[in-house]
Design a protein around this ligand. Structure first.
Ligand code: G4P
Length: 531
């Protein structure tokens, strides 16, 4: 098969939701359709449950599961579909943001009873930043939830995107009877308890068909009225608007009962985009360029305590990735080769010889790769769009045993390279400040520093509330600003100066009083919105 047809048949998407909306269940059903797994229960949830075991143990378990579920591939209708999983927990939002840089589209799962939840809104704002095409699946229609018209309004308002239903529910909860397919203009009736994949659903082709009244009773009349309203309210679905990230098609169903999932999948394979070009600091990189390029968006380290191995997840952006072929590690200005690159199918890892744009490859690495690294076939450019976001909670890392400060140094360097949190340095390296978005990240750091690196430390809370990067067209202005603000200035790992604000008010007044400076809320200065 030519590289063009390999690219054309790939669909790489991220699945996102607020925890418990049904992301794992839906993923599993999609894999069942693809024949990639045979039984339910094969996909483990990556969420952290509050339970009798301590959070640390849960985090460890979750890390193991995350590797297995990070990427799951299956074939459907001639397409090769890569699902990239994301942690639902808000404290690991950065991990999700980075994964979203490696996808070409997104499926967003919403719980019909809960509507749009906080985490969903945040994730959607990241999709909007990149104009990522989004399909919405409203789940758990077998439970009592919000009325569908209300849900549609809420999706549009809170997610700030135009919506267009492509299926419509017939009742909900106890009275859930199926979905009307607005595209094909037919009805599939729900048979509770049927969770099999085979097409054994009752199909009624015409909304006017009298057998619909026989099946549904008064619900048939209501359905006809609702569909008339839907047709009146919403414009025709426009694929171009979906691909531009302006319009989200909406599906209703029940992942657990496997209802509405096939409609979702069939539309997905019809409309979801193949691998898109990606911005680099030199030029736009097209997937069908003959030379390979890709970037690292995620790293998992020390899964096996006996080895110091890490798995780096690389998204192939152009050309063909090949086993044992020397590639350019642009940041380190050296050639690297990989003898055991992995692809990820659910339930197993396979060593692969080749990978194509849209694919995600797992690379074993001994510490050379970090998040955002670009590999090429010789050319020097770095992919953009893998920024660090301004953290909001800060703690000073204090060594409690000078004899073990080497372990601490190594541990914190590796963990921050893995993207667990961000490290800021003050006082020429003597003071280390860790910035994160959630408390759980600190728990992970403390636990892993102690258990994986044998370090001894404590984390002391600091009163900062935001770290923003500072630049200016006038280098003297930056120098002047840094001079008198010892305690508010730190440097990130690449030695970029960062202003640590104690409050939003302080930050806003700094921005107002220093018009010659630019304050950035993500580390990616050229494309980020400066304040
Ligand atoms: P997540 O990955 O988004 O966090 O959600 P997950 O799929 O784990 O689903 C969360 C809970 O919701 C699970 O129940 C799951 O069985 C249930 N669920 C998913 N889809 C549906 C649906 O369509 N209808 C109904 N009624 N429930 C659904 P749990 O009790 O938390 O876990 P489990 O013990 O059943 O696995």
């Amino acid at each position: 098969m030519s590289i063009e047809s390999e690219i054309a048949r790939r669909r790489t998407f991220g699945i996102i939701s607020h925890p418990d909306a049904g992301k794992t269940t839906l993923t599993e059903k999609l894999l069942l359709f693809g024949g990639s797994i045979r039984s339910a229960g094969a996909v483990k949830s990556n969420k952290i449950r509050k339970s009798a075991t301590s959070d640390f143990m849960e985090i460890e378990k979750q890390r193991g599961i995350s590797v297995a579920t990070s990427v799951m591939s299956f074939e459907y209708s001639g397409q090769l579909i890569n699902i990239l999983d994301t942690p639902g927990h808000k404290d690991f939002a950065e991990d999700t943001y980075r994964t979203l840089t490696a996808v070409d589209s997104v499926i967003l799962v919403v719980d019909s009873a809960k509507g749009v939840e906080a985490q969903t809104e945040r994730l959607m704002s990241v999709c909007r930043m990149r104009n990522t095409p989004v399909i919405i699946f409203v789940n758990k229609l077998d439970r009592e939830g919000l009325p569908p018209f209300e849900l549609m309004d809420e999706l549009e308002d809170k997610l700030q995107i135009a919506v267009r239903p492509l299926t419509w529910p017939i009742g909900m909860g106890q009275s859930f009877q199926g979905v009307y397919n607005l595209h094909d203009r037919n009805v599939y009736l729900f048979q509770p308890g049927k969770t099999v994949v085979e097409d054994d659903r009752l199909l009624i082709e015409e909304l006017e068909d009298p057998s619909l009244d026989a099946e549904l009773g008064s619900a048939a009349v209501q359905l006809r009225e609702e569909i008339e309203l839907v047709d009146g309210i919403y414009d025709e679905f426009d694929v171009g608007e979906y691909l531009a990230g302006n319009l989200a098609p909406v599906f209703f169903g029940s992942a657990l009962n496997n209802f509405g999932v096939r409609e979702l999948l069939e539309t997905f394979v019809r409309i979801a985009p193949p691998p898109a070009p990606r911005e680099s600091d030199a030029r736009l990189i097209e997937p069908d360029e003959s030379k390979f390029s890709g970037f690292v968006f995620k790293i998992h380290a020390n899964l096996d305590p006996r080895h110091r191995d890490r798995i780096a997840f690389l998204r192939v952006c152009s050309g063909v990735f090949e086993k044992d072929k020397p590639f350019r590690h642009v940041r380190q200005r050296k050639d690297v080769r990989f003898s055991r690159p992995y692809s990820f199918m659910a339930e197993r890892k396979n060593v692969i010889d080749q990978a194509f744009p849209g694919d995600v490859v797992g690379l074993y690495d001994r510490g050379d790769l970090k998040i955002g690294d670009t590999l090429t076939e010789g050319e020097s450019f770095m992919f953009r769009g893998i920024p660090s976001f301004a953290p909001e909670i800060f703690k000073e890392l204090v060594s409690t045993d000078p004899m073990r400060s080497k372990q601490l140094e190594k541990g914190i360097n590796q963990l921050t390279e893995e993207g667990v949190a961000q490290l800021f340095i003050q006082d020429r390296g003597r003071r280390k400040i860790i910035g994160a978005v959630g408390e759980l990240q600190f728990e992970v750091i403390q636990y892993r520093l102690t258990n994986e690196y044998g370090a001894a430390c404590r984390l002391q809370p600091l009163a900062y509330s935001k770290a923003v990067w500072i630049t200016s067209n006038d280098p003297a202005a930056v120098k002047e600003f840094l001079k008198y603000r010892d305690r508010q200035i730190a440097h990130d790992k690449d030695e970029n100066p960062v202003y640590l604000a104690e409050s939003e008010w302080m930050l806003q007044s700094m921005i107002r009083d220093n018009p010659e400076l630019k304050f950035h809320f993500t580390s990616e200065f050229k494309t980020s919105g400066a304040a």
